[in-house]
Design a binder for this molecule. Structure first.
Ligand code: C2O
Ligand code: CU
Ligand code: CU
Length: 517
């Protein structure tokens, strides 16, 4: 089909009112879902791996320069147990400095891998991590200021899975790649020479990365053959900026069993699930009938995020439950979470996400220019697609000085040596996160803890967002009040970070740092 007739076909479908999700790049042969290799500590308690540059074929006719952990793109799934002490033996074989951050792991500042722990090309870093927190799906990625976004785009990200005896006893589906399926959802945009588009220009620094190709574990629209039974999906939104609105193509229920930092108290049945950049949710899906389904994302987010193919439902992957009978169960009760204090402490810290361009009156103009002609929903007209694509891809890279001054927290753009604020150690604290006038989405992440969301815009969070979290999204001038607590210290030479997890915002100043003592 020519692009025009494909679009006409789409419009026809829309006109018929059919909710027909479509694969993005139809092809006859389906790729199977790559499952990251599990890596456990060896007899000495060590997991060794490197970051390296490579090339990989994403496009039919061109290869793409990539970065990966122990491979060409993404990384292994590290598995650690609660109570274990694990030494990571990391070697940086990249042509540039990087850091290795353990997103969601509750560990002291000096091993957290933030911007203050750069690993130079050729160097090693050997942090010892004492794992003491509930079983959870965490992840690791670079945190080098100010090029986290570009390093993640090239492929640096991996899963870090915490196991525990308590969770093992629940008999959840736990056969890796068979009924326990990791899904790293990302979006990418390619240049005509096959390289990833990764320019930090005014459009990306304000709106975040807007890929036009969805990848799951590094593959477009793959297929996973799973056990027939209950299937557990560990979903990471590993995108730089994009949110997804997930559902099953046949509308079967998704049972949310876990959020960023561990299991919920009970499964929460939903028909769709919104996940933001950096967040994780663990889902259970009933596949006892053996009937296949697709995981679909519906249009979600600001207008610029609804450029094709994301202007219509997009099929992300197929789950084909054809293999042997699965044994996992969906328990009624999953975990017990500490009850929230009836009288929470007074707010001790405010974190306001700022976009300074907004205050200069730039953003409304930019937004109008960008989204002109974009209907609030539905397919986007070809001339609008062309114009907005030219803007996204054609704007020149910002100078480093411009980039670093664009965004901020509490009125200040991030700098490595700014004095941080201080948080008390081991006590429940109430923090409030909010945003300036931009009304954009900011998924706010805090290091050194798993927190609970007390209030979102004044109301208790939805049940599936009421468990352990390390990301609190705010949008539309909203606020989120959090109960945080930091069990470990973070000194001034290795402070914790609090930042927007839209990596282009993080890299352009929307980050701050704090010590814990
Ligand atoms: Cu996932 Cu400070 O990062
Ligand atoms: Cu983190
Ligand atoms: Cu942001």
């Amino acid at each position: 089909m020519t692009p025009m007739s494909r679009r006409e076909a789409l419009l026809t479908v829309a006109a018929l009112g059919a909710l027909a999700a479509r694969p993005v790049w139809a092809s006859n042969s389906r790729n199977s879902l790559p499952i990251p290799h599990e890596r456990r500590p060896n007899a000495q308690g060590v997991i060794a791996f490197d970051a390296r540059s490579a090339t990989r074929r994403f496009l039919p006719s061109r290869s793409t320069p990539t970065y990966g952990y122990d491979g060409a793109f993404l990384g292994p799934a590290l598995r650690v147990r609660r109570g274990q002490s694990v030494t990571i033996d990391f070697t940086n074989r990249l042509p540039e400095p990087t850091t290795l951050h353990w997103h969601g792991l509750i560990i002291p500042g000096d091993v957290d891998g933030g911007p203050h722990r750069p690993v130079a090309p050729g160097d090693r870093w050997r942090p010892t991590l004492l794992v003491d927190q509930p079983a959870a799906t965490l992840w690791f990625h670079p945190h080098f200021y100010p090029s986290t976004a570009a390093q993640v785009i090239k492929g640096l990200a991996g899963l870090l899975i915490v196991d525990s005896d308590e969770t093992d006893r629940l008999e959840l589906p736990s056969r890796w790649g068979i009924d326990d399926i990791p899904l790293i959802i990302q979006d990418r945009r390619f240049r005509s020479d096959g390289a990833f588009f990764d320019t930090m220009n005014i459009i990306t620094a304000i709106n975040g990365y807007t890929g036009n190709r969805p990848l799951v574990n590094g593959i477009e629209y793959p297929e996973a053959r799973t056990a027939r039974g209950w299937v557990r999906l560990r979903v990471l939104d590993g995108s730089n900026a994009r949110s997804y609105r997930l559902s099953a193509s046949d509308s079967r229920s998704l049972f949310v069993i876990g959020s960023d930092g561990g299991l919920l108290e009970r499964p929460v049945e939903v028909n769709e699930l919104i996940i933001h950049a950096g967040e994780r949710f663990e889902l259970m899906v009933d596949c006892r009938s053996g009937k296949p389904f697709d995981l679909v994302t519906q249009p979600e987010g600001a207008a610029i995020m609804r450029l094709p193919p994301f202007d219509a439902p997009v099929r992300l992957l197929t789950i084909r439950p054809e293999e042997a009978e699965g044994k996992g169960k969906l328990p009624d009760v999953l975990a017990s979470l500490p009850s929230l204090p009836a009288e929470p402490p007074a707010v001790s810290q405010e974190l306001v996400m700022n976009m300074f361009r907004d205050e200069a009156g730039m953003m409304p103009l930019m937004k109008a220019g960008l989204t002109m002609g974009m209907a609030p929903a539905g397919p986007v007209a070809p001339e609008v697609i062309a114009r907005v694509t030219r803007l996204i891809e054609g704007q020149p890279a910002l100078s480093i000085a411009e980039q670093l001054a664009l965004n901020g927290v509490n009125g200040k753009a991030y700098t490595l040596n700014q004095p941080g604020f201080t948080a008390g150690r081991g006590v429940g604290l109430r923090w409030r996160v909010s945003e300036g006038d931009d009304k954009m989405l900011h998924p706010v992440h805090i290091h050194g803890c798993q927190f609970r969301i007390l209030l979102e815009n004044g109301k208790p969070p939805q049940p599936h967002r009421a468990g352990w979290k390390d990301i609190a999204p705010i949008m539309n001038a909203g606020t989120s009040e959090l109960l945080v607590s930091f069990p470990h210290p973070a000194a001034a030479d290795a402070p914790y970070m609090a930042h927007c997890h839209i990596l282009e915002h993080e890299d352009s100043g929307m980050m701050t740092q704090f010590t814990v003592a």
